[in-house]
Design a protein around this ligand. Structure first.
Ligand code: NDP
Length: 446
């Protein structure tokens, strides 16, 4: 890295020890910013990088709740309000045992640039808890969400900070969180949370938006290479919100998704994933992925050990979690002839994997561009809440498609402009950064 970037990065490391995912996210952005070298002395003069790396506010709080046996449980809650230069903090809540401050900061940092890329007026934030929802009853989930919101409510608001879902937080959890917010504040403030149910302020297409958006982005990448999804084998990891709707849109675009996974293993279904069955098992029954192979029959198989990326595919949409696709996986995918990889999850590919794709000429769409459809549609939900209006599915999906196409072309145009044609990572980071940096300069040192 260039000396001044390296010095800032070293300071970030020193001030944020023991947070490797956060370091990884910062490093990737800094490496992209090298392409701006010498062009924008004003960014240095205004201390933009150091200010960007330091969240505006970091909240850590106790979340006490009582389980079904009457035992008192304690979890830790987080909300990192990262950057509000472009609008209220916006980003999801993650409930997963791996959540800690470093994970929330990495996700919040990424969110700043992603939200900027959407072109919509939203700042960056993220939150969550180390609570594990797996195996918890509905009553336990509700009590946990109520306790979490009892603290969080004083920090959020439709003009301040607007959380949404992420891993472990879907419309059920958003419902319990919203109900408690409404009770505590005595306000029906629909715009305070997104990902709401359709009967109480939610937007059509929000549930589908991240997965749909990732498939639409991959389709644009294919079109830029004069290719398409038509008849192509598609590898998808995960079997949650993002994965399910990435599979659905891929099928609509003519691709054949043949894999899905969870933390217990993966399934391969050469006939193409049966989406109704997958949904029944994962969304309705909240079951495990091996049940898919057992109930599907016809050659679908469950693999407990090994990597879903061992399966030869033309297009890969990693949609589970961070750092799930490493260098070895990337080499396997490349040698099996993968053409395009678009991240449905946040940072699922390690930096070494991304380098393998770059060297092999595989198109690589980073999460902050490829999965921005979710937060973009959240912003559309906020627009509908503010105007007390509801839009049709077709209209909202058309808006999502337009946003994804714009992000795709912005990435390519920016990459060209800074001398890295075809590099979506550089394009996304530089374009996302410039808008936030310019706004920060305009707003003064705050
Ligand atoms: P869900 O909770 O709905 O699904 C997550 C899926 O990933 C589950 O199948 C889960 O399996 C699997 N998974 C989680 N951790 C691991 C792990 N360590 N190893 C293997 N599999 C794992 O979450 P989402 O689909 O909402 O989120 C998936 C990714 O997409 C995350 O990176 C999230 O940040 C990102 N994202 C989500 C957005 C959204 O709108 N929901 C928006 C933008 C990005 P299991 O049940 O076994 O844990």
């Amino acid at each position: 890295m260039e000396a001044s970037l390296q010095a800032t990065y070293d300071t970030v490391l020193q001030r944020n020890q023991g947070e490797p995912e956060f370091h990884q996210a910062v490093r990737e952005v800094f490496e992209s910013l090298e392409t701006l070298r010498g062009r924008h002395p004003e960014y240095e003069a205004h201390g933009i990088l150091m200010r960007l790396c330091e969240p505006e506010r970091q909240l850590i709080f106790r979340v006490p709740w009582v389980d079904d046996e009457g035992t008192v449980r304690i979890n830790r809650g987080f909300r990192v309000e990262y950057n509000s230069a472009l609008g209220p903090y916006k980003g999801g809540l993650r409930f997963h045992p791996s959540v800690n401050l470093g994970i929330v900061k990495f996700l919040g940092f990424e969110q700043i640039f992603k939200n900027s890329l959407t072109g919509l007026p939203i700042g960056g934030g993220k939150g969550g808890s180390d609570f594990d929802p797996h195996g918890r009853s509905d009553g336990e989930i509700m009590r946990f969400c109520q306790s979490f919101m009892t603290e969080l409510h004083r920090h959020i608001g439709e003009y301040t900070d607007v959380p949404a879902g992420d891993i472990g937080v879907g419309s059920r959890e958003i419902g319990y969180l919203f109900g408690q917010y409404k009770r505590l504040t005595n306000r029906y403030e629909a715009g305070v949370l997104t990902g709401k149910g359709l009967d109480w302020g939610g937007s059509l297409v929000r549930t589908e938006a991240t997965g749909y958006g990732a498939a639409i982005f991959a389709n644009e990448m294919l079109r830029a290479r004069e290719a398409s999804f038509d008849g192509r084998r598609v590898g998808v990891s995960g079997s949650g919100n993002v994965a399910i709707y990435a599979i659905e849109k891929t099928q609509q675009l003519g691709g054949i998704p043949i894999t899905a996974s969870d933390s217990s293993g993966y399934v391969v279904d050469e006939q193409g994933i049966d989406l109704d069955l997958l949904r029944q098992i994962k969304e309705v029954e909240r079951g495990r992925i091996h049940e898919y192979a057992e109930r599907r029959g016809g050659g679908a198989r469950f693999v407990k050990d090994g990597s879903v990326w061992d399966v030869p595919v033309d297009i890969a949409l990693p949609s589970a979690t961070q750092n799930e696709l490493d260098e070895k996986d990337a080499k396997t995918l490349a040698s099996n002839g993968v053409k395009v990889v678009a991240e449905g999850a946040n940072m699922p590919c390690t930096p070494e994997a991304v380098e393998v794709f770059r060297m092999a000429g595989v198109g690589f769409g980073p999460g902050k561009a490829a999965n921005a459809g979710g937060v973009a549609t959240s912003a559309l939900e906020m627009q509908q809440n503010a105007s007390r209006d509801t839009w049709t599915f077709d209209y909202t999906e058309a808006r999502l498609t337009e946003i994804m196409r714009n992000i795709h072309s912005t990435c390519l145009t920016t990459a060209d402009e800074v001398g890295r044609p075809g590099d979506y990572v550089v394009g996304a980071n530089v374009a996302g950064f410039r808008k936030v940096a310019n706004a920060m300069i305009a707003l003064g040192v705050v």
